[in-house]
Design a binder for this molecule. Structure first.
Ligand code: NAP
Length: 222
């Protein structure tokens, strides 16, 4: 059994996840209303977040290599990072007041240098897949090992679309931003790409989220 999976995204009216003034406060305020006990974060998103929002990346300290305590009321962050994109950066995320700890999802192809980095710093890992991450394996392990009932995404187009394409998503939480963004070739910029199959949705609710934003919640039916 997998946890309930919610794709939470802020996007322009034409479905772009970036390229407009991103209201990060609103994004996280509405994310908090979803009540997720786990957050599934894409590796590009995590890198981008560090580059954008952290002014100075401090050197790792010995205490950064120990599992944090005292934040157990916060969600666990599950980082999908089979290629080791976050090597030497995880201590920055581990320090966040919003995460109880970091768990990294890897595969049999993850570089040895990265698995060694994770092991020597006491990061839990979930091994799921041979080459790319197999979320059909990873999600049940997240539920079983960490008792996660509801997980929401923090990612751009690639991870969200990948999960929807594999029928792993139960709900969409969409903050529609009052913008039309020019087209980008980069598919990671585009939310809700076409897939191989149609997906029926049932509206759970729609709310005025202020400043021209609308918050839409849909149950994914099939
Ligand atoms: N508007 C919003 O709500 C919002 C929210 C978050 C981020 N963003 C923006 O989105 C952009 C980044 O989006 P992104 O989509 O490039 O990055 P991303 O969200 O980090 O998604 C990439 C993730 O998907 C995984 N993945 C991709 N293809 C896969 C496959 N075939 N099989 C298994 N796993 C796969 C990757 O795993 P591996 O690392 O293991 O390959 C990686 O963790 C940034 O501009 C960021 O600012 C917007």
């Amino acid at each position: 059994m997998k946890p309930e999976v919610i794709v939470h995204t802020m996007m322009s009216v034409n479905g772009m996840v970036d390229g407009y003034p991103f209201d990060i406060q609103k994004y996280y305020d509405y994310a908090a209303l979803l009540g997720a006990d786990g957050i599934l974060i894409g590796s590009n998103t995590a890198r981008r977040g560090i580059e954008t929002f952290i002014d100075t990346i401090h050197y790792e300290q010995p205490e950064d290599c120990i599992k944090p305590t005292g934040k157990s009321n916060k969600p666990i962050w599950f980082l999908a990072d089979s290629r080791g994109q976050l090597i030497n950066l995880l201590h920055v995320l581990r320090k966040s007041q919003y995460a109880s700890d970091i768990v990294v999802i890897i595969t049999e192809s993850t570089p040895h240098a990265y698995t060694n980095y994770l092991r020597t710093r006491n990061y839990d890992t979930i091994l799921a897949g041979a080459n790319r991450i197999d979320f059909k394996l990873a999600l049940p392990l997240i539920k079983e090992r960490y008792k996660i009932k509801r997980i929401r995404t923090d990612s751009g187009g690639l991870l969200n679309n990948h999960l929807i394409g594999r029928s792993l998503v139960d709900e969409l939480s969409i903050l529609l931003a009052p913008s039309l963004v020019r087209e980008y070739d980069d598919s990671s910029m585009r939310q809700f790409m076409p897939w191989q199959h149609n997906t029926a949705l049932q509206l759970i609710n729609s709310n005025d989220a202020g400043e021209g934003y609308i918050w839409l919640r849909y149950k994914v039916l099939s």
